[in-house]
Write a protein that binds this ligand. Structure first.
Ligand code: SAM
Length: 223
């Protein structure tokens, strides 16, 4: 039965991919990728020869109908993003919604995503959590921070290295300087770092030198 598969891919270490993900990527009629060059490197690593077509946030709206049409005509399509699980702070949701509307079978494979290892590594309670992803950069940022200052469950944020310090400063302001948090950097890669401490300690640590790499911030909820 033709369908759409959302296929998670490694967030750094190329060994972090499931047997099923590899099989689906091999067997699909078409692979849709955020960055075709990056995906071709991954496919080459696993000896997969596939047709890879671009599907990213800039063309997602325009290509929806074409992709749905292809699946309806009998093709099985696998969607991947640059890293981790499609739809999690990455393109995927719009296509998934369109397929569901059209009665097409959709399946997201379990697999890599950055926020789960960051959450568990943090040592902060992970029985309940709020995945916040990227905070808005400008409009709505302060309002959201104010709302989150009352949040009682553990919060998980994605952040870019050049915004990390400013965000930690704002977290100190809205959540309090003594709030426990953890910054996970470069998960699964050679220079992986999981730095735990209060927000003030983390601000001091990451203020010492230029921060590089990909980052997840985990913050304890309000007591
Ligand atoms: N779809 C991905 C997922 O499932 O995690 C997220 C994609 S989002 C565009 C990219 C963000 O994820 C980065 O800015 C960073 O916050 C986080 N991220 C991805 N890989 C990471 C890694 N190896 N270490 C830490 N954070 C990572």
């Amino acid at each position: 039965m033709p369908q759409l598969y959302l296929v998670p891919t490694p967030i750094g270490n190329l060994e972090d991919i499931t047997f099923r993900a590899i099989r689906i990527l091999k067997e699909a009629d078409l692979v849709l990728a955020e960055d075709t060059r990056k995906t071709l490197i991954l496919l080459k690593h696993y000896g997969i020869e596939q047709k890879v077509v671009s599907h990213h946030s800039f063309n997602e709206h325009q290509t929806l109908k074409t992709v749905v049409g292809k699946i309806r005509s009998g093709l099985t399509v696998a969607l991947v993003s640059d890293a981790g699980t499609p739809g999690i702070s990455d393109p995927g949701y719009l296509l998934l919604r369109e397929c569901l509307k059209d009665g097409i079978k959709v399946e997201c494979l379990p697999g890599p995503t950055a926020f789960i290892p960051a959450l568990v590594n943090s040592g902060i309670p992970c029985d309940r959590f709020l995945f916040e992803g990227f905070l808005p950069h400008k409009k709505g940022r302060q309002t959201r921070l104010k709302e989150l200052s009352e949040e009682k469950t553990t919060m998980v944020f994605y952040e870019s290295p050049h915004r990390l310090l400013k965000t930690l400063e704002q977290f100190c302001e809205y959540f309090g300087e003594d709030r426990t948090a953890c910054v996970s950097r470069e998960l699964t890669k050679i220079y992986e770092e999981n730095r735990r401490g209060t927000l003030t300690e983390l601000k001091a640590h990451f203020g010492e030198k230029e921060v590089r790499g990909e980052i997840v911030i985990v913050v304890q909820g309000k007591k």
